[in-house]
Write a protein that binds this ligand. Structure first.
Ligand code: TYM
Length: 333
């Protein structure tokens, strides 16, 4: 909360091509918050370097992620859109919060366990303290709500613990944030292994539908999606493949699971998969068209990066200076 205004913050890593999981679980839901909240949406490039990145690709994806925010309906007049590394307060607050976060807490983070298994040759300290940088992102803006997919819930909960701990020592220092998850899009699963999250870093590109995939590719990927041998379109825990496709269809069409079951009663998986592919491609077409326009105007994106960073810095400086003062750092103006 800043003054009377409630704050919404979220971020996306420019660490790979964004997926329909990122879209349905997060970005698609961002725009509606700008009606009632002061909103900050950040391209979190500092998070991305916890695994090795190709510098040219990271730079390109940073532009692309900002352009995708805008193409997905985030109006820069109504939302502060910016790049994390251009606002140095993120990294500074992260250091301070590191000193209030326990080794044991970070050791319990499931994403750390997964990523350190996957990148066993590079278990760096940044990978371990990543949730502290994420807490800094959120707390820097006195954030009330954080729209995220379910995989980030544990990190937001740790952020709440850190905020509460500091508030006990220094009363009213931070607003304690709530994670907000989309009802049905909070966990989109892989098309190849539907018990696993769809992830932008998956090496099997057929398991993942990217926001920028063309229509033919999208339809082909859904055609190959793993289902089961029943040939019955029904939402059920023991039918993870079909249920995931139903979730995706529901998110893109607005139809409920009951309506989908009725629509496809007596039909085969082939018809259903084609319908999911078409609904997905049709919904993404306007996003892709707008994205292409925005990417053609690099100077426009850079102007937005600059303006967004200035706006974000204004709020970030206020919080950082408040905590520095409470901690006992000398402040001379
Ligand atoms: P990232 O970049 O992995 O993902 C961005 C957002 O997309 C959501 N998401 C999904 N939702 C549903 N189904 C999926 N398969 C799926 N895959 C990803 C994520 O939950 C996320 O909301 N640590 C964060 C970025 C971050 C952040 C923050 C988020 C850094 N600082 C502060 C919120 C607040 C991450 O790696 O997201």
């Amino acid at each position: 909360m800043f003054g009377e205004q409630k704050v919404c913050f979220s971020g996306v890593q420019p660490s790979g091509n964004l997926t329909i999981g990122n879209y349905l679980g997060a970005i698609k839901n961002f725009a509606e918050f700008s009606q009632h909240y002061k909103t900050f949406y950040c391209v979190v490039d500092e998070h991305a370097i916890t695994v090795r990145q190709n510098p040219a690709e990271l730079r390109r994806r940073t532009y692309e992620t900002l352009a995708l925010y805008m193409a997905c309906g985030l109006d820069p007049e109504k939302n502060t859109l910016y790049v994390q590394s251009m606002v140095h307060e993120h990294a500074e607050l992260a250091w301070l919060l590191n000193c209030f976060t326990m080794f044991g807490e970070l050791s319990r983070m499931t994403q750390f366990k997964d990523k350190s298994a996957k990148h066993s040759d590079n278990i760096n300290a940044g990978l371990f303290t990543y949730p502290v940088l994420m807490a800094a992102d959120i707390l820097l803006f006195q954030t009330d709500v954080v729209p995220v997919g379910i995989d980030q819930k544990q990190h937001v909960e740790l952020c709440r613990d850190i905020a509460n701990r500091l508030n006990q020592i220094y009363p009213d220092l931070f607003t304690v944030p709530e994670p907000i998850m989309a009802k049905s899009g909070k966990k989109i699963m892989s098309l190849a292994e539907p018990t696993k999250k769809m992830s932008k870093s998956d090496e099997n590109t057929n398991a993942v539908v990217y926001i920028l995939d063309d229509k033919d590719t999208i339809i082909r990927k859904f055609k190959r999606a793993v289902t089961d041998s029943e040939a019955e379109i029904r939402f059920s825990e023991d039918k993870p493949g079909v249920s995931n496709l139903m979730t995706i269809y529901s998110c893109f069409t607005g139809n409920t699971y009951d309506e989908i079951e009725r629509e496809f009663a007596g039909k085969g998986y082939g018809d259903f998969k084609l319908a999911v592919g078409e609904a997905t491609a049709d919904a993404l077409a306007p996003v892709q068209a707008r994205f292409a326009e925005l990417m053609a105007d690099k100077a426009g994106l850079e102007a937005q990066m600059k303006r967004g960073a200035e706006e974000a810095s204004y709020y970030a400086r206020r919080t950082l200076s408040k905590i520095q003062k409470k901690l006992g750092f000398v402040q001379i103006r």
